[in-house]
Structure formats: structure tokens, C-alpha cells
Ligand binder design. Structure first.
Ligand code: NAD
Ligand code: IPM
Ligand code: MN
Length: 369
């Protein structure tokens, strides 16, 4: 069926390089599975700043609001690092998240069997690992007011931000985590620093209350964020679902990424609340950034982006079969020993972004023959 509208925002650095490989899969699906998406493309980040003087135009914002799903590459780079805060590339992404009210960011860290050896941890610690970080995405210190840089009477400068959470912000993201846990291993770790921060105290209380009222059958544990960082690299398989705030979720998910072999492997889905018809606004993006150190050289791992596309098929379009197919293609290609160079595994063939894309398409052909 037609009329599934996608907005692709490739962005900067390796964003366009990895997005191109998803575009090929979209074309493949139209040809081979009679699934057509209406794809619109737009500028975001530094690319939008260079063209329009803003990292996200109102037109592109409106396109994002109107699309069934947004596929986002990555933004940022040294070229734009010294720009004023209001027009930095990263603001484009933050505005999308905030204005679309994408409060729940799902970051699954899954270890493919072929990559257990490529993790920076011992293979037995990560083999079979499947954890899901649910990161709150529209609140906390990223958006809290007041914020700014001011000059004090004594001439010193002071930079300040505000960490803040309301009960409803906590409860809605915790509910997403509990609901997902019920379909998985039924275990949630709620992560904050209630020993140091009032927002952490509230977080803990509200998560516990919601649990007792509605999710008593789910196993709930509270954990301090510093301990969680340590536990993630000590015994990561103790975790199923981790729910945490915006900043801790950002940091812990990069950490979890390395368990899977590379940051270039981690996809994500950012979801809003369901509307009356049950549909959620959604944006899908790899967890990694624009990787300026390797951009423009056809070296980037496109799998995080491709797996983000698979999450889109699953969460926005209920196309589980197609999502399974894409994930299976990734799994098989890795099992065949093909790797981009970010993955540290001895003896594997090191290939370019494009060649990895070729291999995925070839595998999709094979799987659907
Ligand atoms: P980064 O994620 O871009 O890169 C960190 C390291 O991981 C680099 O060595 C990079 O080469 C490597 N890497 C990342 N993705 C890879 C991939 N797909 N394949 C192979 N290697 C990969 O983080 P950074 O260097 O801290 O930030 C660079 C820029 O990206 C900054 O401007 C930052 O603000 C921005 N950023 C954007 C996003 C986003 O758009 N969602 C996320 C993180 C960082
Ligand atoms: C991420 C990124 C973003 C964040 C930046 C680019 C705004 O690091 O998506 O993980 O900090 O949320
Ligand atoms: Mn990040």
C-alpha cells in the first residue's frame, strides 16, 4: 500500500553516507516486496545552516510533523563548532525531538553472535546480550531553564543549566519502559542519582509508585547512574530494560554501544505519545554522530542506520516481517565475516560503506528468493 510518508534528513558528515544505504533498501523493497514509501528529503544541521542560516527551517520542521516517520542521519562537525548556540547543528536535532514531543528514546544494544569476539569485553560477558535503554528525550538538563552563560560582578563567567523533571515527564517514559519490559524479560532498572539530586529523588519515587500501581508483575530495581556505568561493563547481562533521564541515557547508551562491537551498530527510535488513532510521531536515528574523523571516505558503518530503518518498519508501520528480514540480512552478512573497519575483529574482511550496503542488498535478495 502506498502513502507511507518518510522524511529523510541525512545531515552532516557520515549522515548522508549511511542514509544512502538505507535509500537503497527502500528502493529494493519497492522492487522486490511491493512496499512503497513516499520519500521526501530535507536538510538539517550544518547542511541546513550553510544553505539557510538555521540548522532546521520551519518548512522542514513542518515536513517532519506531517510525515509518518523521520529518518535522521547525524549532525555536527568542526566546521560549525564555534557557531552561537542557537544555530549549532545539534540544535536542529534537539528542536525536532522537542517540537515533535519524542519523549521516549529506545536504544537497543544487541550483540550479534558473529560480533561477540569484537566487543571490548570478553566474549562470554556479552554473548547473547540484549538490553534496551529507554532514554527520556525531551526533558532534564538538556532543556531545563534557566540556562546560560553570565558574567558575575567579580568578572568571572558562570555557565549554568537546570536539571528538572515533572511527575508526568517521569511517569510517561517509565510506562513505556514497563510496557516494553513485559514483552521482554520483565525486568526494569531505573537509573538516576537520588543520592545527590532532588530530580533523582522524584524520579525514583514516581517510578516506584507507577510500578506498584500498574506494573507490580515487572521486576523493578533502582540503581545509581555511576554504579550502572560500572555494572554495564562488569556484568551487562544482568540488565533487560534500563530507564533513565536524558543525560544519563546519552552517556550510558554510548557505553552500551561498545559492548556490541561498535558505536556504528546501535540504532534508535524516538517516539511520542500515541494519538487518538494509536499512531505515534517517530524519528529513527543511529546513536552515533557525524564522525568527522572518517567522513567523506566511504568508511562508516551503515548498520546502525540500517537497523534504525528496521526499527521504523516495526514501530511505525507494524511491518514486523520486513523488519525481521532486514535484521536477518544484517545478522547473516556479519556471520559471513564482512565488517566495516570500526569493528575490531581479527581475520574479517574490511569493507567500505558501499560494499557493506552491497552485501546487505545481496543478502536481502537471497533471503527473499
Ligand atoms: P561520533 O559518534 O560522531 O564519533 C565517535 C567515534 O566513533 C569516532 O571515532 C567515529 O569515527 C566513530 N564512529 C561513529 N559512528 C561510526 C560509524 N557509523 N562507523 C564507524 N565509526 C563510527 O561522536 P563525536 O566525535 O563525539 O561527535 C562528532 C560530531 O557529531 C559532533 O558535532 C557531535 O555533536 C555530533 N553528534 C551528533 C549526533 C547525532 O546527530 N545524533 C550524535 C552524537 C554526536
Ligand atoms: C545523541 C547525541 C545528541 C544528544 C546530540 C548530538 C545533541 O549525542 O543523540 O546521542 O546529546 O542527545
Ligand atoms: Mn550521544
Amino acid at each position: 500500500t502506498a502513502n507511507k510518508t518518510l522524511l529523510m534528513l541525512p545531515g552532516d558528515g557520515i549522515g548522508p553516507e549511511v542514509s544512502r544505504q538505507v535509500r537503497r533498501i527502500i528502493d529494493w523493497m519497492a522492487k522486490r516486496r511491493q512496499v512503497t514509501f513516499e520519500v521526501n528529503e530535507g536538510l538539517v544541521g550544518g547542511a541546513a545552516y550553510d544553505a539557510h542560516g538555521t540548522p532546521l527551517t520551519d518548512e522542514t520542521m513542518a515536513d517532519a510533523m506531517g510525515a509518518d516517520a523521520v529518518l535522521f542521519g547525524a549532525v555536527g562537525g568542526p566546521k560549525w563548532d564555534d557557531l552561537p548556540f542557537a544555530v549549532k547543528p545539534e540544535r536542529g536535532l534537539l528542536r525536532l525531538r522537542k517540537d515533535m514531543q519524542l519523549f521516549a528514546n529506545l536504544r537497543p544494544a544487541l550483540v550479534f553472535e558473529a560480533l561477540a569476539e569484537a566487543s571490548s569485553l570478553k566474549p562470554e560477558l556479552v554473548r547473547g546480550l540484549d538490553i534496551l535503554i529507554v532514554r527520556e528525550l525531551t526533558g532534564g538538563v538538556y532543556f531545563g531553564e534557566p540556562r546560560g552563560i553570565e558574567t558575575l560582578p567579580n568578572g568571572e563567567r558562570r555557565g549554568f543549566n537546570t536539571q528538572s523533571y515533572t511527575t508526568s515527564e517521569i511517569v510517561r517514559v517509565a510506562a513505556v519502559a514497563f510496557d516494553l519490559a513485559k514483552k521482554r524479560s520483565n525486568k526494569v532498572h531505573s537509573v538516576e542519582k537520588a543520592n545527590v539530586m532532588e530530580s533523582g529523588v522524584l524520579w525514583r519515587e514516581e517510578v516506584q509508585k507507577l510500578h506498584d500501581a500498574k506494573y507490580a508483575e515487572v521486576e523493578l530495581q533502582h540503581m545509581y547512574a555511576d554504579n550502572c556505568a560500572m555494572q554495564l561493563v562488569r556484568t551487562p547481562k544482568q540488565f533487560d530494560v534500563i530507564v533513565t533521564d536524558n543525560l544519563f541515557g546519552d552517556i550510558l547508551s554510548d557505553c552500551a554501544a561498545m559492548l556490541t562491537g561498535s558505536l556504528g551498530m546501535l540504532p534508535s527510535a524516538s517516539l511520542g505519545a500515541p494519538d487518538a488513532s494509536g499512531r505515534r510521531k517517530a524519528l529513527y536515528e543511529p546513536v552515533h554522530g557525524s564522525a568527522p574523523d572518517i567522513a567523506g571516505r566511504d568508511l562508516a558503518n551503515p548498520l546502525a542506520m540500517i537497523l534504525s530503518f528496521a526499527m521504523m518498519l516495526r514501530y511505525s508501520f507494524d511491518m514486523d516481517e520486513d523488519a525481521d528480514l532486514v535484521e536477518k540480512a544484517v545478522k547473516n552478512v556479519l556471520a559471513g565475516g564482512i565488517r566495516t573497519s570500526d569493528i575490531m575483529s581479527a581475520g574479517a574482511a574490511k569493507v567500505s560503506t558501499t560494499t557493506m550496503g552491497d552485501a546487505i542488498i545481496r543478502e536481502l535478495d537471497k533471503l527473499s528468493a
